[in-house]
Each structure stands twice: as structure tokens, then as C-alpha cells.
Design a protein around this ligand. Structure first.
Ligand code: F6R
Length: 606
């Protein structure tokens, strides 16, 4: 949610800032702006819209030239998307870019107005810029320390002081920020892909640590102003991994990335054919010790948790409760030290999931996170972390992150079931071997998108749609429905197939297509009965099931099959046509597939 960047070095900084911002556009694209030291003055350019709009504006109004600057791409929180609300904010003395939310900005604003400050924008950010100016008495570090004592909320800030035209100052709390170093140059960025064109070496700023970026290096200070040393990290993927390659969109590239992402995620966690989670300290004994399991996450990550619940309960017979993080943190959940709370997050920065983690820790539960972004806040703060190795996921609509989250849930479920003696070693090996077959099956589905393209052509003018399924298929249909609505803007709901008759079937007409998922053998006939009920009421029906199933030719208008595997594992293959249907429908509707309206990838505000 908002991306910030900064650069100090010998390169032309406008070029570096725009390039880096383009890699962060997935974090918000309501407006963009940069500030650059030009002849000792802080000059800004900003524009409502995407980075391309900023570039167009600069072509007309003139670009900026210098070697030290900051930039921002915005997901609007306070104040509508507009030129004036775009970052950077500040005045001739202090200018900042900000990712986060300042909760007590009204109080700060009142204080500053009493001091004679005036405000141009409706943003919370402008109050921080002016507070810095107010507290500044020649020492930037001291001004920043005073400001972080005053402000409440979350922030990652890139700051320029007029008196220091070759420096960028940076500080963060509860919003991500990295500091990267190259040969004679340094950078700040909200995420690693922004710096990969220039360097792979970076530092993770901790809560309220301050960085000073100068042409000859970076200095770090704690919140008391004491100089500290930090450990350097090396990015484990390169610029190519964060590029679209020959694909028209990141989303379809990431759908194609799924087989290798699953292999890279599961292979190091399988030893002699058995699940092995000891890398994070999760031994069989520790697994056996839990009485209850909670899975807490948002959106697609929560949907992965729902599949996890079905699979863990079915195989390991341990109670699993799945919560949306924004509900969990306010519902006063009953937790004890005998419970395991699993937090799932691609970005590792989702504000509600992070707070849910902190709540679980305060209540004494063990915490395990399943996270994709290395060194992210959720990964760093949880007791144990199992990283998913999906590589960078740039498309706002999550696909490969969901897939690898599922794969980790399967390993956890099989390990738990074996540890609790609910399955034999042979059965555990069989399930693990089936999981290892999934990447090839995904590959086969992705290679033949024709049926999904055909279904997309049938759905393109639809305004409403239903997804139905039972059991694991219901959990999966929730993800199918979310994927379609977020990128095609078609209103869709997912329903437990057996629940339709209790009200929702009244919506079914020839104007309401239904996508039914039926991959669970023991529930197949029951779901098909529900399919026939909606078909009889005129719905256009698409059925997703596995190969070799005898489907009554009148049951559905279009049947999409995926290779057959153990029922438990079917979500991993059956989700692929649902992703493809959403993708092609969005393309046919002419939408910006990778940057759907109103959304941002990393939701760092609650
Ligand atoms: C949907 C999507 C979102 C995220 C959710 C959680 O395609 O991507 O629903 O899954 O915002 O984000 P993370 O996983 O970063 O915590």
C-alpha cells in the first residue's frame, strides 16, 4: 500500500526513481511523484494517475535533474487521488514521501496550525513533513527522533532536508522499508524488486531505526540516536524473476510460474519421502503438543487457510479455526500456550495479519508464519517461519502465492497426521508422493487454456455469477470467486452447493451463470444434483471436475477437466482453471489485469 523509493549516487536520479517506482506500482497507482535536489533546491513533480501519467506530465512541464531524490506511488487513504494530495509533501526546507497511516494527524495539524503552518493537501503525510520542519534546528537526526516520539500509526518515510542536498534520511515503523547499497550509491525502497536493476545487497530497517544515505555509504542509528551496525542481506532472486518476460501480464506469467514455485517450496521440506519441517524448529514432538490450531490471514491467503483446515482436520483430526485477520484481532479469541496460530501472508506486511500475530504472541500461543517475502515483518516477528519460495508476485491478484501456501499446508497436515498417529508412515509417504506429482499436473493444465478461454468468452458480458461446491470444493470456489470479481469486476459469490436451496437459488435465472466445482468423489453426486437444479432454472453452467468422471452430458454447458489425483490434493489442480477463467475474462473486458481498480497488493493499513 503505497511504494516509496530514494536514491543517492552518481546516476541521474529521476531515471533511477522512475524505474524503481515502476517496480512498486503494484503497491498503489492512484498517483505518483518525485522530489529531486536540483541546484541545491528541492524540486517536486507529481501527478494523479499512474507513473506513466507522471512521465507524461514531466515531458510537458520539464523533468528534474540531480543525484539525490525520493519518489512515491500512492494508494489513497487520506484525501482523494489528485495532484495536490500526491506525495512528496513538505516545503522548501523538508520534503518527504510516506507509506502508512498517521493516526494522530489531526492533533498534530492543530498544533502546527497554532504555530502558523498552513496546509495544501488533505493528507496525513503533510502533517509529518511540517512537524519535521517545526522540530528541525539544524540536526536532522534529532528532528526525526522528536517526530517519531510524537506520531502514532505506521510509517516508512524517505526525507530530504534542504541543508543536506546529498543525503536521504529514512525511518520506519510497521511499514516495510529496505536500504540498499551499490557501488558509490544507495537506495531506499518499500520492496526488493525496486532495487534489483542496480544491486542485490540490502539491509532491513527495524522498528524506528533511522538510516542516513550518503554518496559514500549508509549509516544506521537506533531510536536513541546511537550508531548501530546491521547485517546485510543478498536478494535471492534477480531482476528477470521480477519481469513479465514474454507474457502480456504478470498474472499469466505467475500462473505459469506455479509448477516451479511448488517444487522449490516443497522439495527442501521432504526428507526420504516424509514431510520435514524441522528447519523452523517444528519437530514431530512439537506438532503433537498442540490442542487447537488457528489459521489467521486475509483474502486469498485466508482461502489457502480454509483448504488447510479441511486437510488438517481430515487427516490429523485436530480442530482448526480459520479467521479473517481483521475479525480475529477484535473478537477476543480464546488462546492458550497449547495452541498453534498459523499466520499466512504473501507480503508478510499485511497490517491486520501482523496485529493478529502480535495478539497471539501476547496470549502465549505458539506462532508459525507461512510467508513469501523474506525478512518481512510477519516472518521476523513469528516464533517459526516457513517461507514459500514463489519468487516475487507482482500481479495484484494472487495466484502462485496461493498455490505455494497450499503446498505448505499439505506438508503441515501430513506431518501432523503422522505425528499424531492418524496415518501410517506408508500412507504419509503416499500422500507426499502425490503432492510431488502436482507440479507436472499444473503444467499440463496451464498448457491447454482453450476451455478456459472459451468460458471467458461466454462470461464476458455477465454482471453476476455464482460459484458452488461442497467441502474442499467450496473452500476452493471462494478463491475462484474472489479471483474473478477482483480483476473482471463481475459480481460473484461463492456458495456451499447444499445451501443454495435455503435462499440463494432465487437469484438463479438465465442471467446468472454458475461455475460448479466437483472434485471430491464422495460428494460428486450430491454436487451434480445441485448443478442440475440450477441448470433447470436456466443458468449457464460450467463444471470443473477431474478426468475420467462420467458426467451426464445434460448436467452442464461446459465441462473442464483436470488430471485426477488424491481428492485431498485436488484444490491445487482445480484452482488453475479458475485462475485462468478469471484472467481471460478480465483480458476480454479490457481491464488492467495486473492493477485492478481500487486495489493494492500489500495492505499495510487496517
Ligand atoms: C487477492 C489478494 C489478496 C491478498 C490479501 C492478503 O488476489 O491478493 O486478497 O491475498 O490482501 O495479502 P498477503 O498475503 O500479502 O497478506
Amino acid at each position: 500500500m503505497c511504494g516509496i523509493v530514494g536514491y543517492v549516487g552518481s546516476k541521474e536520479c529521476t531515471e533511477v526513481l522512475l524505474n524503481s517506482l515502476s517496480k512498486l506500482e503494484y503497491r498503489g497507482y492512484d498517483s505518483a511523484g518525485i522530489a529531486v535536489f536540483e541546484n541545491g533546491e528541492i524540486k517536486t513533480r507529481k501527478a494523479k494517475g499512474k507513473i506513466a501519467d507522471l512521465v507524461n506530465k514531466m515531458e510537458k512541464e520539464g523533468t528534474l535533474s540531480g543525484h539525490c531524490g525520493i519518489g512515491h506511488t500512492r494508494w489513497a487513504t487520506h484525501g482523494e487521488p489528485s495532484d495536490v494530495n500526491s506525495h512528496p509533501h513538505g516545503n522548501a526546507n523538508v520534503t518527504i514521501v510516506h507509506n502508512g497511516i498517521i493516526e494522530n494527524y489531526k492533533k498534530i495539524k492543530e498544533f502546527l496550525v497554532r504555530k502558523g503552518y498552513t496546509f495544501e493537501s488533505e493528507t496525513d503525510t503533510e502533517t509529518v513533513a511540517k512537524l519535521l520542519d517545526c522540530f528541525y534546528e539544524g540536526n536532522p537526526l534529532q528532528a526525526i527522533q522528536r517526530v517519531i516520539d510524537e506520531v502514532e500509526g505506521s510509517y516508512a518515510l524517505g526525507i530530504m532536508f534542504k541543508d543536506y542536498p546529498d543525503r536521504i534520511y529514512a525511518v520506519r515503523k510497521d511499514s516495510p522499508l529496505i536500504v540498499a547499497v551499490g557501488e558509490g550509491e544507495s537506495f531506499i525502497a518499500s520492496d526488493v524488486p525496486a532495487i534489483l536493476k542496480y544491486t542485490k545487497n540490502y539491509y532491513l530497517l527495524d522498528q524506528d531505526e533511522i538510516a542516513i544515505l550518503k554518496p559514500d555509504g549508509v549509516e544506521f542509528y537506533d531510536d536513541h540516536g546511537t550508531r548501530i551496525k546491521k547485517q546485510m542481506h543478498i536478494a535471492d532472486f534477480d531482476e528477470e524473476a521480477a519481469k513479465k518476460g514474454n507474457f502480456p501480464h504478470y498474472m499469466i506469467k505467475e500462473i505459469h510460474d506455479q509448477p516451479s514455485a511448488v517444487k522449490t517450496t516443497i522439495t527442501p521440506r521432504i526428507t526420504n519421502g516424509m514431510p520435514d519441517l524441522t528447519e523452523c524448529g517444528m519437530t514431530y514432538d512439537r506438532l503433537k503438543s498442540y490442542e487447537n490450531i488457528f489459521v489467521v490471514a486475509c483474502g486469498t491467503a485466508m482461502h489457502a487457510g480454509l483448504v488447510g483446515k479441511y486437510v488438517i482436520e481430515k487427516t490429523a483430526r485436530i480442530k482448526v479455526t480459520v479467521d479473517v485477520a481483521s475479525e480475529f484481532r477484535y473478537r477476543d479469541p480464546i488462546l492458550s500456550e497449547k495452541d498453534l496460530v498459523i499466520l499466512v501472508s504473501q507480503s508478510g506486511e499485511t497490517a491486520d495479519t501482523l496485529e493478529a500475530l502480535r495478539l497471539a504472541k501476547r496470549n502465549g500461543a505458539d506462532t508459525l508464519s507461512i510467508v513469501n517475502v523474506k525478512g518481512s515483518s510477519i516472518a521476523r516477528e513469528s516464533d517459526m517461519v516457513l517461507y514459500t519460495h514463489a519468487g516475487p508476485e507482482i500481479s495484484v491478484a494472487s495466484t502462485k502465492a496461493y498455490m505455494v501456501q497450499l503446498s505448505v499446508f499439505y506438508l503441515i497436515a501430513f506431518a501432523l497426521a503422522y505425528a499424531n498417529e492418524k496415518i501410517t508412515e506408508d500412507e504419509c509417504r503416499r500422500l507426499v508422493a502425490q503432492l510431488q506429482e502436482v507440479p507436472d499436473q499444473i503444467e499440463a493444465i496451464v498448457a491447454k487454456p482453450d476451455d478456459c478461454q472459451y468460458v471467458a468468452s461466454k462470461l464476458v458480458n455477465t454482471e453476476n455469477l455464482l460459484y458452488i461446491g461442497r467441502g474442499l470444493d467450496y473452500a476452493l470456489s471462494m478463491e475462484g470467486s474472489l479471483k474473478l470479481k477482483e480483476i473482471s469486476y463481475i459480481h460473484s459469490e461463492s456458495y456451499a452447493a447444499g445451501e443454495l436451496k435455503h435462499g440463494t437459488i432465487s437469484l438463479v435465472t438465465e442471467e446468472m451463470p454458475v461455475i460448479a466445482v466437483a472434485t471430491q468423489r464422495e460428494l460428486f453426486d450430491k454436487t451434480i444434483s445441485n448443478v442440475k437444479e440450477v441448470k433447470a432454472r436456466g443458468a449457464y453452467v460450467v463444471l470443473v471436475t477431474h478426468e475420467g468422471k462420467d458426467v451426464d452430458p445434460d448436467a452442464a454447458d461446459c465441462v473442464i477437466t483436470v488430471p485426477s489425483i488424491d481428492d485431498l490434493l485436488m484444490p491445487m489442480t482445480a484452482v488453475v482453471p479458475l485462475q485462468l477463467i478469471a484472467y481471460y475474462t478480465s483480458v476480454l473486458r479490457g481491464n488492467d489485469v495486473d492493477k485492478p481498480r481500487n486495489l493494492a497488493k500489500s495492505v499495510t493499513v487496517e
